[in-house]
Design a protein around this ligand. Structure first.
Ligand code: B4P
Length: 190
């Protein structure tokens, strides 16, 4: 079973590379951002709560996203592996994910971190905001808040996996296909 954590700041290319990885490896894609946007689209209570936080560039509470991931793991018992995209985003989420996988006799195989500087992140997200319809991409202040949240709460997650010898940091700037080739090279080793 291959369980991959695709890690990086907002706009670093996680969603973009995930799409290519699903096609090539047939893994189940678990994007907490997509799951939350699904809840918002359906107008659920959870979605309404999450929308307010997401529109402000803040993280959604750990227990909410952990609950969603747990549910998806249970619903995909026969999967040959998962891509975790945008999750875990806090050390508490990373600890909980380890516990969840352990209870299923599984574990994270590898973490790949896409390194992109803040100026490029802001540029990419503003560009996407022009036609994505995402409120969190449209406003430079919200984008900066998301990057700040990432630096304060999410960046420490890299150390969590480094301590487990699972962290692989790669350059996330350049043509998408070249970045994808580097990711595939790392996956081959597992
Ligand atoms: P997410 O949906 O995870 O979105 P994201 O971090 O903004 O980036 P994404 O992965 O989609 O974009 P990508 O880099 O591929 O999160 C949204 C919000 O949901 C969060 O702010 C938070 O509120 C909430 N949330 C989600 N998960 C959570 C969790 N676990 N805990 C708490 N809250 C959570 O691409 C960005 C742009 O860059 C695209 O336009 C793309 O085309 C472009 N791009 C990609 N690669 C490129 C390259 N190599 N060169 C040039 N451009 C590139």
């Amino acid at each position: 079973m291959l369980n991959l954590v695709l890690f990086g700041a907002p706009g670093s290319g996680k969603g973009t590379q995930s799409k290519k990885l699903i096609e090539k490896y047939g893994l189940i894609h678990l994007s907490t951002g997509d799951l939350l946007r699904g809840e918002i689209a359906e107008g659920t209570e959870l979605g309404l709560e999450a929308k307010k936080l997401m529109d402000e560039g803040k993280l959604v509470p750990d227990e909410v996203v952990i609950g969603m991931i747990s549910h998806k793991l249970d619903a995909n018992k026969d999967a040959k592996g998962f891509i975790f995209d945008g999750f875990p985003r806090t050390v508490a989420q990373a600890e909980e994910l380890d516990e969840l996988l352990k209870s299923k006799n599984s574990e994270i195989s590898v973490m790949i971190a896409l390194e992109v500087n803040d100026i490029e992140l802001e540029h990419r997200l503003l560009l996407r905001g022009k036609d994505s319809g995402r409120a969190d991409d449209a406003n430079p202040e919200v984008i900066r808040k998301r990057i700040k949240e990432y630096n304060e709460k999410t960046a420490p997650v890299a150390d969590f996996y480094k301590n487990q010898d699972k962290l692989n940091s790669i350059n996330g700037i350049g043509p998408e296909d070249e970045i994808f080739a580097v990711i595939c090279g790392i996956i081959k080793k597992y």
